[in-house]
Design a protein around this ligand. Structure first.
Ligand code: 5RP
Length: 222
């Protein structure tokens, strides 16, 4: 099976976790695009969605699926999103597409986070994928220096602006042995809006697309 076929497989499997007559949280990225396309097939059975990026919102609307402002939503039973890396504790590195801040906000609101990935995303130790950090433009230099102090090699994502009008620094070379701790340390850097570590609010379920089918993994206790 190709990587896209694996992504499509987990995207379809995620439909089983969608709660009927409720609002669904929808992340962003290529795997989520397959989920959005699959969701279109059951759009009459959900109230609507909230979206983590303008790109996802546009795709949902193209399918005739309602997209709500998160502020108008009281309850979000399920959030479905991909990841750039995920480990056995269902801690993730996210933000490859630059939507990390809105993704983290929706994940915080959701009761249940279902992560959908192809098998290549499951890793032993997080950090091979450069860790994205969304940054207020005037803090770019300061955040870069702080990331260097933590042992990282920051690189500005050239020509990229987030949906919130900010910049993204991709931090290479971090060996992330204590993800919740590093997430908190990065949260403390002035001018860093969000970092792509999702450890304090990990996924609740991982649907992993493998050659033999979909494997469902719950978090192993840290
Ligand atoms: C975007 C994300 C995506 O979930 C992550 O980049 C995975 O994307 P893909 O499904 O295309 O591999 O965090 O900000």
């Amino acid at each position: 099976m190709t990587q896209d076929e694996l992504k499509q497989l987990v995207a379809r499997e995620a439909l089983k976790h969608v709660v009927e007559d409720a609002v669904v949280g929808v992340g962003s990225g290529s795997t989520v695009n397959f989920f959005i396309d699959a969701l279109a097939g059951i759009k009459g059975r959900i109230e609507g969605t909230v979206a983590a990026s303008e790109t996802s919102a546009a795709r949902l609307k193209k399918h005739g699926i309602r997209v709500f402002d998160l502020n108008s939503v009281d309850e979000l039973p399920v959030y479905v999103d991909g990841a750039d890396e995920v480990n056995e504790h269902l801690y993730m590195v996210k933000g490859g597409g630059g939507a990390l801040t809105r993704e983290k906000i929706i994940a915080a609101v959701a009761k249940r986070f279902v992560c959908i990935c192809d098998a290549s995303k499951l890793v032993g130790v997080l950090g091979k994928f450069p860790l994205p950090v969304e940054v207020i433009p005037m803090a770019r230099g300061h955040v870069g220096r702080e990331l260097r102090k933590l042992g990282g090699h920051p690189e500005l994502r050239e020509g990229f602006k987030t949906d919130n009008g900010n910049l993204v620094i991709d931090c290479h070379g971090l060996v992330i042995t204590d993800p919740p701790r590093l997430e908190a340390d990065l949260n403390n850097i002035a001018g860093a809006v969000t970092n792509g570590l999702f450890a304090r609010r990990p996924a609740d379920l991982l649907l992993l697309g493998e050659a033999g089918g979909v494997r469902a993994l719950s978090a192993r206790k840290a």
